[in-house]
Design a protein around this ligand. Structure first.
Ligand code: SF4
Length: 340
């Protein structure tokens, strides 16, 4: 059987694992991933607060509910609202605030000054790490965001197959997106890369993505299963079997033992947490305060107002698994090590 407990894999080996439905191999895959996570961070799991502060977007990604052409209700939260929600999330026990937005032309016009101010406040007044997910922005804006103190710049290609990219991110430039990420890294930010499962990729594409994530030095790597979005061109496509996402999480953990790998509550809500953690994820994302008027992305309201996407809910599930949510100090220590 394929030896899984190692960091070097050829593309062919990755493809072999991705194609396999051998129960023995899969069991070995997930237990190896868990073992590696435990060696690196014991029983600690990280938690990120998700603040999707504007749902306006100039783009038309085919898989996205918030694409410009979709006739939906949108919002743009002001600085006060963003800070109040961030503070509530921090008080509830999250380790980092993820400031996410569509590519809102209004923010581009003002060169992200408001966003830079928000980052400074969260960093200085709330003493909490910040991830910024602004889409593709100019180098000048990246300079401002880095200077404001953003720790992470998240920007997902979703696939590293250029042809598929062109079909998914219609009218957008693959290299421009990749270069923005690399520039942010050059400016001292940690970067997050991501892929979507179930959007027309094959195992070879996934293996390419897995290897590219390492080559570009991404410190956080995520996979999410595609969820069909009402009113989008991919509305009638089906959501993939979750095994694909789980295998990818496990392979990411094995390839990159120190990577931050999210178990996103955005795909299957709180009920999907356990499987993703058991596949080797070390981080819970898309924690959103109930009744705050802020939305998620793939399942924009699932479990939010019901209070399912809270630290408290996540904590009770982790507790049954013998795991705990790390403190902010422990998270800061972890990213200090990751930066070395
Ligand atoms: S995925 Fe992001 S960039 Fe693309 S349409 Fe949605 S919000 Fe805009």
């Amino acid at each position: 059987m394929l030896e899984l407990n190692r960091e070097e894999f050829t593309k062919e080996e990755l493809i072999k694992v991705l194609r396999s439905d051998d129960p023995e191999l899969l069991q070995d895959l997930f237990s190896t991933a868990r073992k590696i996570r435990k060696e690196v961070q014991g029983n600690k799991i990280f938690a990120y607060g998700f603040v999707y502060f504007t749902t306006y977007c100039r783009n038309n990604c085919n898989f996205c509910y918030y694409r410009n052409s979709n006739d939906i209700e949108r919002y743009r939260k002001n600085e006060e609202e963003v800070l109040a929600t961030s503070k509530a999330l921090i008080d509830s026990g999250v380790n980092l605030i993820d400031l996410t937005m569509g590519e809102d032309p209004q923010y581009h016009q003002e060169k992200f000054q408001t966003v830079a101010d928000i980052i400074k406040k969260i960093k200085q007044e709330y003493d909490t790490p910040v991830m910024i997910s602004p889409g593709v922005v100019s180098n000048e804006i990246i300079d401002n965001l880095a200077e404001a103190g953003a720790d992470f710049y998240a920007l997902y290609q979703e696939t590293h197959n250029r042809e598929l990219f062109a079909k998914l991110r219609v009218g957008q430039d693959y290299d421009e997106r990749m270069n923005a990420k690399l520039y942010a890294k050059e400016k001292g930010m940690l970067i997050e890369e991501g892929l979507l499962a179930g959007v027309g990729e094959n195992e070879e594409d996934i293996a390419d993505s897995l290897l590219t994530m390492g080559e570009i030095g991404a410190r956080q790597v995520r996979v999410m299963s595609f969820i069909p979005q009402e009113g989008s061109p991919m509305e009638n496509c089906t959501s993939p079997d979750r095994m694909e996402e789980l295998k990818i999480i496990a392979l990411m953990r094995i390839l990159y033992p120190h990577a931050l790998i999210p178990a996103s509550l955005d795909v299957d809500g709180i009920k999907g947490l356990k499987d993703r953690i058991n596949a080797g994820a070390n981080l819970i994302t898309s924690i959103i305060p109930p009744k705050s008027g802020f939305m998620g992305v793939a399942h924009n309201t699932m479990d939010v107002d019901e209070g399912g996407r809270t630290v408290e809910e996540a904590r009770s599930i982790l507790d049954q698994m013998g795991l705990v949510i790390a403190t902010r100090e422990e998270y800061k220590e972890f990213i200090k090590e990751v930066r070395k």
